[in-house]
Design a protein around this ligand. Structure first.
Ligand code: FMN
Length: 210
């Protein structure tokens, strides 16, 4: 883990959307870890826009200034919390993010850091939720395609509501920091990172101790 790394080559914009952070056990830990990372601009969207009055200009400027964009959110009704949808609806304008002259996001990397209350077994074709998490995130994958962002696999924690009592958050947070390091230093194997179902599988146990 290196939050004190030599100056990072790339800048990461973390857009965090959680409507009830006071009760958060998982995302608050990841968000606080990210805030300490030198390469990360950590934005708490619900704190910044409690009335959903999003500044399109400010958000577009932030996008221009970063190389990697991360949406961090708890899965709510198989999708993002409402403010993150509002953010997409307003900020990803024609002529900026897509359409004629809309190349602002071209070549930047994009991923979702998601927590889901359901267990991984439930997120299978023959499971309780009928679809995998990656399948459920396809609207975001297609958003990335239209806006010329490079979509990476989601970084997902399942069974999030029991993660604390099952002592799974510390390891997840360590993998998260490792991921942020790799994104900042541009050392990820992008082909592999695009193909996985879950980016948590990118690193093996040995990597985490390096
Ligand atoms: C309104 C609402 C909708 C939710 N919808 C889903 C869902 O569709 N799928 C799922 O796996 N969990 C769902 N959950 C559970 C959350 O994903 C879970 O509480 C969250 O990931 C825990 O993260 P936190 O500790 O940071 O709050 C929902 C929770 C709420 C409050």
């Amino acid at each position: 883990m290196s939050t004190e790394a030599s100056s990072p080559s790339r800048h990461i914009l973390l857009l965090f959307a959680h409507p009830s952070q006071a009760r958060s056990e998982v995302n608050s830990v990841l968000f606080n870890a990210a805030k300490k990372h030198t390469a990360v601009t950590a934005v708490d969207l619900y704190a910044e826009y409690p009335d959903f009055n999003i500044s399109i200009e400010r958000e577009q400027q932030r996008l221009l200034e970063h190389d990697v964009i991360i949406f961090q959110f708890p899965m709510y009704w198989y999708s993002t919390p409402a403010l993150l949808k509002e953010w997409q609806d307003l900020v990803l304008e024609y002529g900026f993010a897509y359409g004629k002259g809309g190349d602002a996001l071209k070549g930047k990397q994009f991923l979702c850091a998601v927590s889901a209350g359901g267990r991984e077994e439930a997120y299978q074709t023959d499971g309780f939720n009928h679809f995998t998490l990656r399948q459920l995130l396809q609207p975001l994958e297609q958003m990335a395609s239209i806006t010329q962002l490079t979509f990476l696999a989601p970084f997902a924690l399942f069974g999030s509501r029991t993660a604390k009592e099952e002592h799974r958050i510390t390891l997840h947070s360590a993998v998260w920091t490792k991921l942020l390091d790799s994104l900042a230093q541009d050392t990820l194997d992008i082909t592999k990172a695009r193909q996985l179902e879950n980016l948590t599988r990118y690193f093996d146990e040995q990597d985490l101790h390096k």
